[in-house]
Design a protein around this ligand. Structure first.
Ligand code: ZN
Ligand code: ZN
Length: 303
């Protein structure tokens, strides 16, 4: 039995001007009180921590190139949305449907990058974002291998193509795809729903925006949350279309090439860094599979 949530996530372009103002003000409030940078560092730490041993060099980490990629980012977004709603309960996290921008001859001319939205249409000096609601943002980082501080930058890479709607629909409609399968990593030479969503659809959007979005501290650019909200919406659409609201590998099935359990990744594991077993707010992977308990999306790609 599910309680359908009354939180409805919609495309950023369909927000009323007042809703946008409320959202951007709340994000800036999280930035000022230090909570936003805590989110950045959670992501950076998860990304820089290898998960499981690989014979061919480990690229899997606690949040990427792994089955937990989608649940981890879903939980991360729920936490971010909750932090925003503690400031204003009218807020729900919007998504950026970049398939709309993919149709533009030059997607960097999109309204998304104007001062009324995320700013930074014409980044200056090393890609610094100097207009819009997040202008001149600076982060305090605590990520292994990274400098202690950085500025918000973008560097629209017009040599990279944003995913088209038909690419997204093909993955959602594919009846053959399992959620994921061994070797549970970032190799592109096997097919699963997770790898098809993570590599050819999710990755290019980070690379197209460029700058901060290409780093381990990519959530430093608020567009990260809007991009991942759209990625989550695609997963939700696949779950909904095929009635896969509980679809994830069985307990203890996700193991590395030496047969050892990959930590923080199996269905009954808590996800890192929210893995305090005594903290009831820390969810297990299986607790985020059914998204309808937490939110709905206003529109899906495929019905
Ligand atoms: Zn990530
Ligand atoms: Zn990402």
């Amino acid at each position: 039995m599910n309680l359908l949530s009354n939180i409805e996530r919609q495309e950023i372009r369909s927000l009323q001007p007042g809703q946008k103002t409320t959202l951007f003000r709340a994000i800036n409030q999280l930035k000022q009180n230090g909570i936003y940078d805590k989110f950045i560092n959670w992501h950076g730490l998860a990304m820089m921590t290898k998960a499981g041993t690989e014979l061919f060099g480990s690229i899997r980490n606690l949040a990427h190139y792994s089955p937990v990629f989608l649940p981890w980012h879903r939980e991360y977004l729920i936490r971010f949305e909750n932090a925003l709603r503690e400031i204003d309960t009218s807020i729900s996290l919007p998504y950026w449907d970049w398939t709309i921008d993919a149709e533009l001859q030059d997607p960097s001319t999109s309204i998304i990058w104007t001062e009324d939205f995320l700013g930074g249409r014409n980044p200056i000096q090393n890609g610094l974002v100097t207009d819009g609601p997040f202008k001149n943002w600076k982060f305090s980082l605590n990520i292994p291998g990274y400098p202690r501080e950085a500025y918000l930058r973008r560097n629209f890479a017009n040599t990279i193509q944003l995913p088209f709607r038909r690419d997204v629909e093909l993955v959602i409609n594919n009846n053959e795809l399992e959620y994921d399968k061994s070797p549970w990593d970032g190799n592109q030479d096997y097919n699963s729903f997770r790898i098809m969503l993570e590599r050819p659809i999710h990755n290019p959007v980070h690379n197209w925006v460029g700058g901060t979005m290409e780093e381990a501290y990519s959530p430093g650019d608020p567009v990260f949350f809007l991009h991942h909200c759209n990625i989550d919406r695609i997963w939700a659409n696949w779950q909904r279309k095929h009635n896969y609201l509980d679809r994830y590998p069985a307990n203890d099935q996700i193991r590395d090439r030496r047969g050892r359990l990959i930590p923080f990744t199996n269905r009954n594991h808590k996800m890192s860094p929210w893995n305090d077993i005594n903290d009831n707010t820390h969810k297990r992977v299986q607790q985020v599979l059914d998204f309808t308990q937490y939110y709905q999306y206003k529109e899906y790609y495929v019905s």
